[in-house]
Ligand binder design. Sequence first.
Ligand code: 5GP
Ligand code: 5GP
Length: 228
Amino acid sequence: MESIKSANLMIKLFIIQCLAFACIAQDFDFFYFVQQWPGSYCDTQKSCCYPSTGKPDSDFGVHGLWPNYKDGSYPSNCDPDVPFDPSKISDLRSNMQKEWPTLACPSGNGLDFWGHEWTKHGTCSESVLDQHDYFATTLNLKNQVNLLQSLENAGIHPDGGSYSLASIKSAIKQGTGFTPYIECNVDSSGNSQLYQVYMCVDNSGSNLIACPIFPRGKCGSQIQFPTF
Ligand code: 5GP
Ligand code: 5GP
């Protein structure tokens, strides 16, 4: 009898603990905030198309804000019930065009790119950010993280020159406080170049944090920084 009671108690305790922690499936642990260098999207074999609104600034543009788990895996396409709705972000539209330009072909006005990012990634952070806030938060981060400025301050310019990967990382660490992950791609001649920069952001979307895990991939130790 006593042992049944204590087993009962154990089960109750377990359920309480479970409700408090373990059973609440963690949506995601942190975000990657990913920016792309337009020159490196465009000078590849595949090439690019400027958006219908015109050639973007010679600056990094947003690729996306991606919920991620600490083990490196990530959720995607989490909520088919909330499709991308451009009318929800009409106040952000001109900022989006400037900071989050699409470079894919054929030329577009950005809605396809933003919609893809919302559907694939944004729907996985709905517990924290609704559709409007997902885009607004991403634009705030873009404002907060001036990669080109950080690089230029260290004498690293988009001039087609070759720079050490270490100097690029260190310039961004100097400017933002955190070590980025650098993703490279190759230009049409096969040279490794600075393509995307990943910064990590806490799961509220407000603060940069040290990356819990870095994606895998490789750049050369010297990479090019093409013009745009
Ligand atoms: P790729 O395979 O070209 O690196 O990535 C293709 C797409 O998969 C990315 O644009 C992004 O949508 C997604 N992706 C790739 N790596 C990661 C990652 O580490 N975390 C998250 N959340 N998404 C990723
Ligand atoms: P992800 O790699 O984020 O899963 O997918 C990116 C999708 O957005 C691809 O289907 C790609 O064609 C489209 N896209 C539209 N514009 C851009 C752009 O400027 N950069 C990148 N990386 N993808 C874009």
